[in-house]
Design a protein around this ligand. Sequence first.
Ligand SMILES: [Zn+2]
Length: 259
Amino acid sequence: MPLCPTCRSEVTPDDVNIAEGVAVCRSCGGMHRLSRLIEAASDAAAIGDEPPPGCRVTETAHGVHLLCPARCVSIGAFMTLFTLFWNAIVSVFLLVLAGAVYTHVIGPLPSWAPLPDPKGKDGEPMSVGATIFLAVFLFPFVLVGAVTAIIAAYSWFGRVEADLSDAHGEVRSGVGRLRWTRRFDATRVRSIQMRESKIQSSTSMGGASRHRNSMNSRPSMEIVIEADREIHLGRSLTETRRTWLAAMLRALLLDAPRR
Ligand SMILES: [Zn+2]
């Protein structure tokens, strides 16, 4: 017998209107689409008794807070090694640049300075033009090093969070203070579904071909909340955590009795 997603009482066949595709719960008077009753049954299994490791549900003053860690050890380890290697090489060029800037702005390098002497074969310091060229040339390399560092940090310490109250919903993903926040109208949520992500996984960056291959064979999924706007989240989560988060969001946003 299907259970009412709102109050968990049984919905009897007499209360189901097949033609309209809806069911009415006698206990709470809630009207539910049949598709939602079926979905709620599998959600109940996904929610289980305990959240997946690392995931948390907390009641706040305004509503409910959901937390899922975005930890992925394989991507984190790869990106950390890549970032260290990349930035070690880039930093050698940055030291050359620092030495050149010093000689132009302040004067000859002191002998104790841990900077390579930017003198060429002819003993002349690097020209101003060459110094500016080097700075512009290095910029994209520094940028790549920063981006891979952020991906590495996100793979270790990143988190996906949702704050839900009666009227407002907010989802955040990021690491530390680097967070991407999206808000939606919690009273206008029509559906919450799992879909194939249209965006290529970030792990295909930086030549992580092993990951790229495994991602291609299994497309990355994401949760899509359809409310006053469409919100995509949870692409970086493991399947267990993503399934749990989607089931929790549905239970809280679609089934909670509206006051
Ligand atoms: Zn009910």
